[in-house]
Design a protein around this ligand. Structure first.
Ligand code: FES
Ligand SMILES: [Fe+2]
Length: 347
């Protein structure tokens, strides 16, 4: 099965990407965050607001993130001290002397729309640089604190990272740990379309470890560009609860993708923390190691296969991606190609 997108840009635009946790950026700090192969200055001013600029000084190309945020919240380039507001407009060129007729405000560096919510920072990667967002980033839909975070860099493009997280057949091989494995058996899961992806609808999870949470059901969503929510809901000792996990694949460039996972749960469920502490890192690490091994084959540019139901989520991923890329390119409405369906596989 061919897995091509409509354009030569390997990344989907007009979507929100999540490069960083909000707690990682203090007031008065800024840094370079690579996103979709573009250098993005991500900063937080002294008032606590986040902002994002193209991390290239329009004067002579020095990364603005290597400068500093001045007390007036302008970003000062470390080369000749040009200063930029969070709107990207240059508001000072120190080398100008009175009588020299050049208006700094004519100089502008590209800005990116940003949002801070649920303890996360989202950056909108517009198809037209600087264009206003056509959507809002996804919400975790919980009031609980973020209790668990894990970030690992996968040395692969976003597609293999994303598919590696949604493919159900690798479990018994990649996550072959005594505390997790169960004799493979036939599974049957129902899937339905979502606005920008699809969902494995609510069901009772089969792994014994979920029994810790009493009577629990899970629902797993996937939406573009690579946002996966796992929503566990149940009742424990008569108390209803929700545990929400969010996993995103954030492409730094064509060959590097950060997999960022965060979990939210209510404080009284904190007894599950040790399980995350012991297992959380291992799990994503398993997925990271297998894509690293996969590189050893992919460098010879082989043809690949996607077959039958266990590869259907990956097939949908490619179809949804292609439909999105075409809708952005043609300026037409996105039509989700996913149809409701039950998938069966052994894992
Ligand atoms: S390169 Fe930035 S001010 Fe000259
Ligand atoms: Fe996995």
């Amino acid at each position: 099965m061919a897995a091509e997108t409509a354009t030569s840009d390997p990344f989907l635009r007009d979507l929100w990407y999540m490069p960083a946790l909000a707690s990682s950026l203090k007031r008065g700090d800024m840094r370079r965050e690579m996103l979709l192969g573009e250098p993005v200055l991500l900063g937080r001013n002294h008032a606590g607001e986040i902002f994002a600029l193209r991390d290239i000084c329009p004067h002579r190309g020095v990364p603005l993130s290597a400068g500093r945020i001045k007390p007036d919240d302008s970003v000062e380039c470390p080369y000749h001290g040009w200063r930029f507001g969070k709107d990207g407009v240059c508001n000072a060129i120190p080398s100008l002397v009175p009588g020299q007729d050049f208006d700094p405000h004519k100089v502008k560096v590209r800005t990116y729309a940003v949002r801070e919510q649920d303890g996360l920072i989202w950056v909108y990667m517009a198809a037209t640089p600087g264009a206003a967002p056509k959507s809002e980033p996804p919400r975790a839909g919980v009031s609980h604190k973020m209790r668990w975070t894990e970030i690992q860099n996968f040395r692969c493009g976003i597609d293999h990272a994303a598919i590696g997280l949604m493919d159900p057949a690798h479990g018994p091989y990649v996550h072959n740990h005594w505390w997790w494995k169960k004799t493979p058996r036939v599974k049957e899961k129902h899937y339905a379309p979502l606005p920008n992806g699809f969902v494995m609808t609510r069901h009772k999870p089969s792994k014994p470890v979920y029994a810790l949470l009493g009577d629990v059901q899970t629902e797993i969503t996937f939406e573009l560009p690579s946002t996966r929510f796992e929503i566990l809901s149940g009742t424990l000792m008569g108390m209803p609860f929700r545990v929400v996990g969010l996993t995103v694949c954030t492409p730094r460039d064509a060959d590097n993708t950060d997999v960022i996972q965060v979990f939210y749960w209510p404080g009284w469920l904190n007894f599950i923390y040790p399980f995350f502490w012991v297992l959380g890192r291992t799990f994503i690490g398993d997925d990271r190691k297998i894509v690293e091994l996969q590189r050893e084959g992919l460098k010879f540019n082989p043809n690949l296969m996607l077959i039958q139901d266990s590869d259907q989520p990956a097939i949908w991923y490619h179809r949804v991606k292609k439909a999105w890329a075409e809708s952005v390119e043609n300026g037409t409405a996105f039509v989700n190609p996913v149809q409701e369906r039950t998938l069966r596989w052994r894992s």
